[in-house]
Design a protein around this ligand. Sequence first.
Ligand code: KG4
Ligand code: ZN
Length: 333
Amino acid sequence: MRILAIESSCDETAAAVVEDGRRVLSNVVASQIEIHRRFGGVVPEIASRNHTLAIDNVVARAAEESGCALRDIDAVAVTYGAGLLGALLVGVNYAKGLAYSLKKPLYAVSHIKGHLAANYIDSDLEPPYLCLLASGGHTALLRVSDYERTVLLGQSGDDAAGEAFDKVARVLGLPYPGGLEIQRLAREGSPVYKMPLPVFKGNDEIRFSYSGLKTFVINLVHGMEQRGEVIPRADIASSFQECAVEQLFRAAEHAAERTGLTKVAVAGGVSANERLRARFDEWGRATGREIYYPKLKYCTDNAAMIGAAAYYLIRSGARPSGLDLDAKATVPL
Ligand code: KG4
Ligand code: ZN
């Protein structure tokens, strides 16, 4: 089954053709990062306008690069949420028009399920497994019992991990998006600063919190600035990254022990982080757990992951969406 998938929830206009959920025939991503960089983050209205400008060409390229004609596609899939409403609407409306004109079924896919499904591409991962989702919008642990059945084990009560990377990057004078920039700067420093690592102890609770860590770094940097000190940016980046990753790792370790799941997949933009991968790989080697990450190009937003998720959605017997499909700013985890 060949699915043409569209993704426009934030600042990437993306389209892909995916075969049977795991084989990517084409994957086109038009990034708006350069446009939003000068504002220090994504400006929703500008994102919507640029999706409108890019989408036709992105879909045409995805079809062309896949080597299959649009009439040979079996279904159209689109991210309906979570994300920026105006941005999502561009993809949703385009997908509706495309499905209608091609007389193909249209499937609405959750962006979150897309991030999870990125781990199926070119891989042999199958449920059940434990999934750590760490993106710009979410930080959560899920038990993936089956392709369409997930149980939320815990999530962040405040900021998401990726959001903390972005905010800390900004206070260190690094461009948006901050995750990769922090990772690069951290290579030049050492984790010499002890930063707050929330401990949710004494019970089975799984929870994340990133606002305390973010505020700590902001106060640290502002204090140094006020005293006229040189900011040891690389050491701060390294210390922050170490602490941010440690929190993700400890929660995943706890959840794996509690659930007895031996396969662990990490998903979302932060799963691209090299320190995170090193920490989880070390644990995998020590405990015999199998650790999965998406390929780097499928960690951050793309449409291939939406095509992969759509395949399993269709396989579960889900009904196609009608032309009344609406975009949603939030979707349940
Ligand atoms: O999954 P994603 O593309 O978008 C959302 O659905 O939110 O995640 C984007 C987030 C950003 O916060 C970005 O800073 C972070 O992922 N990120 C990283 C890295 N690459 C992207 N964080 C840490 N290390 C990275 N290498
Ligand atoms: Zn995303």
